[in-house]
Design a protein around this ligand. Structure first.
Ligand SMILES: *Cc1c(COP(=O)(O)O)cnc(C)c1O
Length: 430
């Protein structure tokens, strides 16, 4: 073997713990194999489309991490975040429950053989025909936050197991939800009284502190507020048995401290007899998906006054496609170089990590809309040209699920699956 293959330049590589380093290796191999097989001068339409590589082992590791840090809380994966069939299958095998918000999401999960008792229809403002579908399918758990929804439930599904969704302080989250959903604490007594009058079955309280929550205090306050509503309900004769702490969890290093604060407040306010569930979405999938796309066109911009040259690169994916997360989820995906000329590289520092002195690029999507920009400015030491490939990590949450076909570009979300955890591979028969 050539020495360079045995002893890579140390500075070019980042070190990881075992599962994660296996993950990097498998993702890198899958990315390289795919782009090396594409000949831009001869391929058919579609062969050079963007594609994802998903490491299902990463989803599995996130599940173990959840169990270790939030042992008391039973997760119900929020399907909207990424309804990838293999992800759903793995989570179903792991015994995770599901948070669904539409007929299609409920149907998808039921078709995998998941028992309806593992599903919560966590949408406080529901379509009538969907409620009938939930009733027929025995999906009993659902949330509400207003009086009209109670009348609707009385009419369509009086046996439903209802969770009163309360308002939270979501000011420190990435995507705020409290403008749209949640009953304020000065309305909960009235709602519970109405539910009592209608002889409906209110079994618990639900909240959501906002997606991408960054302040553990939001969870503590919400748990305290939920306790207040549990006590209100008890005074009215309801026997609430479940608290739903919603989603909002991030998969980064803030998860452990967040989980510790949440666990402590749950134990402080809710005895072990109360069942605790959650609805994590991005936590499970964000880091599991990497996307690769290529440069379809380039414009060279010379600034005569400054004497500088910068490049505008047009990629075959953008904000109307899998980068919809830039608009809807306030993300800033980081470009890395995958193929430059004949050189294929992965996970090397000089592919866009820290090269402030490099050449400046802006990255644009393929549509004709000016809003379709992925990055206004990034730097690479190399000259990047048409046919070169870039990749972006952490593209699992709120990406392909909200892609469109605007301007006739594909919303194809081709996924190459790898699995860095033998435990997950065994469950999936991979
Ligand atoms: C979107 C959503 C979730 C998932 O949120 P994440 O921030 O991705 O964890 C959970 N519950 C409800 C009701 C939601 O609308």
């Amino acid at each position: 073997m050539a020495p360079s293959a045995l002893a890579p330049v140390v500075d070019n590589y980042v070190s990881y713990d075992h599962g994660a380093s296996k993950s990097k290796q498998l993702i890198g191999e899958a990315l390289k194999a795919r782009v090396e097989a594409i000949d831009h001068d001869a391929c058919s339409v579609g062969e050079e489309d963007p594609f994802f590589v998903a490491d299902l082992g990463e989803v599995y590791r996130q599940h173990l991490r959840w169990k270790k840090n939030l042992g008391r809380v039973k997760p119900h994966y929020a399907v909207k975040c990424n309804p990838d069939p293999q992800v759903l299958r793995l989570l179903a095998e792991l015994g995770v429950g599901f948070d669904c918000a539409s007929k299609t999401e409920i149907e998808t999960v039921l078709k995998m053989g998941v028992d309806p008792s593992r599903i919560i229809y966590a949408q406080p403002c529901k379509t009538k025909s969907y409620v009938r579908y939930a009733a027929q399918s025995h999906v009993k758990q659902m949330t509400f936050d207003n009086a009209d929804e109670l009348y609707k439930t009385k009419q369509l599904f009086p046996e439903a197991e209802l969770y009163l969704r309360i308002l939270t302080d979501d000011s420190a989250s990435l995507c705020r939800l409290s403008q749209k959903f949640g009953a304020s604490l000065d309305t909960t007594a009235e709602l519970l009284e109405l539910a009592k009058k209608l002889e409906l079955n209110v079994v618990g309280v639900a909240f959501h502190v906002g997606s991408g929550a960054s302040d553990p205090k939001a969870f503590v306050k919400a748990v305290q507020d939920a306790r207040f509503v549990f006590d209100q309900a008890a005074a009215l004769g309801f026997e609430m048995h479940t608290l739903d702490v919603g989603g909002g969890f991030t998969g980064d290093e803030t998860f452990e401290p967040m989980a510790a604060v949440l666990s402590a407040s749950l134990d402080a306010y809710f005895p072990p007899s109360i069942r605790i569930i959650a609805e994590p979405g991005r936590y499970y999938v964000s880091t599991a998906f990497t996307i690769a796309c290529h440069v379809i066109a380039r414009r060279i911009v010379n600034d005569a006054t400054l004497g500088t040259t910068s490049y505008m690169l047009y990629l075959n994916d953008g904000v109307y496609g899998n980068f919809s997360s830039i608009i809807f989820d306030h993300q800033h995906p980081v470009p890395r170089l995958l193929k430059c000329g004949n050189e294929v590289m992965y996970d090397v520092r000089r592919s866009g990590y820290d090269t402030p002195s490099g050449i400046e690029y802006s990255l644009w999507g393929p549509t004709c809309d000016g809003i379709d920009v992925i990055a206004q400015s990034c730097n690479f030491p190399q000259v990047i040209d048409v046919g070169d490939w870039l990749y972006f990590e952490d593209m699992g949450a709120y990406t392909k699920c909200s892609a469109t076909r605007f301007n006739g570009f594909t919303d194809s979300h081709d996924v190459v699956y790898v699995c860095s955890e033998p435990g997950a591979a065994a469950l999936l028969g991979m």
